[in-house]
Design a protein around this ligand. Structure first.
Ligand SMILES: Cc1cc2nc3c(=O)[nH]c(=O)nc-3n(C[C@H](O)[C@H](O)[C@H](O)COP(=O)(O)OP(=O)(O)OC[C@H]3O[C@@H](n4cnc5c(N)ncnc54)[C@H](O)[C@@H]3O)c2cc1C
Length: 472
């Protein structure tokens, strides 16, 4: 779903500079433009140069830019931090990259309503830290929390490790001000917590990957800061036992865990080399679970982790390590949080799959991943947010295969795994989005929903200027 697009010329650049200022427009400077040509998926292989980058400072400026793009038929690719893993921020038709990096103000922390109002360019962790100073908590927590922007999180409906307890980004969004593709500023929702008056447009905007409009203000739900946390590191001799323990831990623990993360042997090996650290039982263990609980008091936490630990030991865990201090917690989480960087250090061409299945189907999708690994004779490390059925298989390039050939083979591998996940009642993306890399899978797996998405797209963005080539 694209149109014939026009080239940007000097005249349009002049108009863009009039709107956002001289310094906020990059044009003809190849080095500066190239920083906006890719995201974290595929690096140079998927890169495409924008013709211009504009960094507006307000919704009104964005509205003027959108009106110009409609008038002249220029594509706009909104961009957050560029940490995406599906190519969603790559301007595959050139045109304007609209970077939200200057719109990074936390507008308000409303303690009475327990709502944060932010601009889209706020780094997620900056918000987490700021609200913590007020004794409040923003529960959105992708592993890229230190780099990604709130706007990007909303546009991809980012997940992370805490989804089992708190939900993904969409669950925390109470309102969104958006400049829609057809050229109007519309506010969906706001500080109110309930709204039964008509269709829920917030849910349509969440996960829309910049294809319907540009978010300019976001209202986020806050909750009281949870008390104390404890992390359990649980090594298993067999992958099957580790996977089986995900459902057991969730079911048998007296409270819902905040996280149950899975990480396999090869990921731990490469991760520990990258992070210059080791985990206990690294020789014997084939997989690990990292389980996190929250509790109000130390005593309450002790009761929770003792029960969870006992259940794991009864179900095949080699041992259970309790990390109730920052140093050990950080050691455990560093390997998981830096999982992708750890793999990339050994294979810069490693792509990241992102499948989700109902949790009871995790053993089935793991079996499929292992079969696929054998079929292609390729190592596929896996880590993921096992508590919500979201796994990241990451096939690694065989040493002798040329990168170009590998990109095609790895796309095929990930496609097979994604389609298997959909057949198991899951979806082809759990949290990274579709971008352009996975767009072929949407019409196949969502069928009628996909047709409805097209209708919404046409209404919100009739000239197809918003992030063309993504989703559709
Ligand atoms: C090391 C690493 C770990 C990661 N871990 C996780 C994880 O645990 N969970 C997870 O979900 N993701 C994860 N990601 C992927 C990525 O960080 C998320 O998808 C994140 O939400 C993208 O945010 P961003 O600001 O970088 O957006 P970008 O990559 O810049 O853009 C992503 C999409 O959002 C659109 N967009 C951005 N801002 C706006 C806006 N204001 N209005 C409309 N559309 C907009 C873009 O057009 C694009 O379609 C990880 C990535 C890395 C590199």
């Amino acid at each position: 779903m694209t149109r014939e697009y026009q080239q940007i010329d000097e005249g349009l650049i002049k108009e863009l500079r009039k709107i956002s200022g001289e310094k906020a427009v990059i044009y003809e400077d190849k080095e500066q433009l190239s920083a906006y040509a890719k995201d974290e998926a595929g690096g140079e292989y998927y890169a495409h140069m924008p013709d211009a980058v504009v960094k507006p400072a307000s919704a009104e400026e964005i509205l003027s830019i959108v009106k110009l793009a409609n008038k002249y038929g220029i594509p706009i690719t909104p961009r957050g931090a560029g940490s995406g893993l599906s190519g969603a921020a790559v301007p595959i038709y050139g045109g304007i990259v609209l970077s939200l990096e200057r719109m990074n103000n936390i507008i308000e922390i409303d303690k009475t309503n327990m709502v944060a109002v932010v601009e889209p360019g706020v780094v997620t962790n900056d918000l987490c830290k700021r609200v913590a100073e007020e004794g409040l908590y923003y529960a959105g927590y992708p592993m890229s929390v230190e780099t990604s922007f709130i706007g990007g999180n909303v546009a991809t409906n980012a997940g992370g490790s805490k989804v089992i307890k708190y939900g993904n980004t969409g669950h925390h969004v109470l309102g969104i001000e958006t400049v829609l593709g057809y050229g109007d500023i519309v506010e969906f929702g706001g500080k109110r917590r309930k709204d039964s008056s008509g269709y829920n447009f917030i849910n349509i905007m969440v996960g829309s990957e910049g294809t319907l409009g540009i978010f300019t203000k976001i209202y986020l739900n806050l909750i009281p800061l949870p008390g104390k946390t404890v992390d359990l590191l649980i090594p298993f001799r067999s992958l099957d036992e580790a996977i089986a323990n995900v459902a057991i831990t969730i079911k048998e623990s007296s409270v819902l865990p905040t996280a149950v993360e899975f990480i396999d042997k090869i990921s731990v090996e490469l991760g520990s080399r990258y992070n210059n650290t080791t985990l206990p039982y690294q020789e014997e263990a084939t997989a690990y679970l990292i389980v996190q609980f929250e509790g109000r008091t130390k005593k309450e936490l002790e009761e929770i982790y003792e029960k969870a630990g006992k259940v794991s030991l009864e179900n095949g865990a080699i041992d259970v390590f309790i990390a109730d201090n920052r140093t050990f917690s950080e050691k455990i989480w560093r390997i998981r949080r830096n999982w992708l960087e750890g793999l990339k250090a050994f294979d810069p061409y490693v792509p990241t799959g992102d499948v989700v299945v109902p949790t009871a189907k995790i053993p089935d999708i793991m079996e499929f991943i292992q079969k696929t690994s054998k079929k292609y004779s390729v190592t596929i490390p896996v880590a993921g947010h096992a508590a919500d059925g979201n796994l990241h298989p990451a096939p690694m390039k065989p040493q002798k295969m040329p990168p170009k050939e590998w990109m095609k083979v790895s796309e095929e591998i990930l496609k097979e795994i994604a389609l298997a996940a959909a057949r198991l009642g899951g979806a082809v993306s759990g949290e990274h989005g579709i971008g352009f890399i996975k767009k072929g899978l949407l019409p196949v797996t969502k069928k009628k929903e996909f047709e409805l998405m097209k209708i919404i797209k046409e209404d919100f963005d009739p000239n197809y200027i918003m992030n063309p080539g993504k989703l559709f």
